[in-house]
Design a binder for this molecule. Structure first.
Ligand SMILES: [Cu+2]
Length: 109
């Protein structure tokens, strides 16, 4: 095999690996609207990311207080967003310090 052919093969393998990674890990969009998460329950796989968009007229925040996974965002103004990557399996409540009734249940498999 020529050096050029080896290089092309290497590049092709790299591109396929990147494509596989993109397929394996997903990003799901959650909306914060009228002081609720929508949807309010979601199931994801380990490595997936939730993109939590503040589509509300209020400032929100998100946190997770679980022994297996803790997360604390800054305040997110209307139009802002927060990304949370879930690396651990389990069931987690995503909550908002500003609006204690807001709850999103995330099941990670
Ligand atoms: Cu809130």
């Amino acid at each position: 095999m020529t050096p050029r052919a080896k290089l092309l093969l290497g590049l092709a393998c790299g591109v396929m690996l990147l494509a596989f990674d993109a397929l394996a890990a997903e990003t799901l969009v959650i909306s914060q609207k009228k002081r609720t998460f929508s949807p309010s329950e979601v199931a994801v796989h380990k490595g997936d990311t939730l993109h939590i968009a503040n589509d509300d007229q209020f400032t929100h925040q998100v946190y997770i207080d679980n022994p297996a996974f803790k997360f604390e965002s800054a305040e997110s103004d209307p139009g802002g967003n927060v990304d949370i990557k879930f690396a651990v399996a389990g069931t987690f409540d995503v909550l908002c310090h500003i609006h204690p009734k807001m709850k999103l249940q995330v099941t990670v498999q």
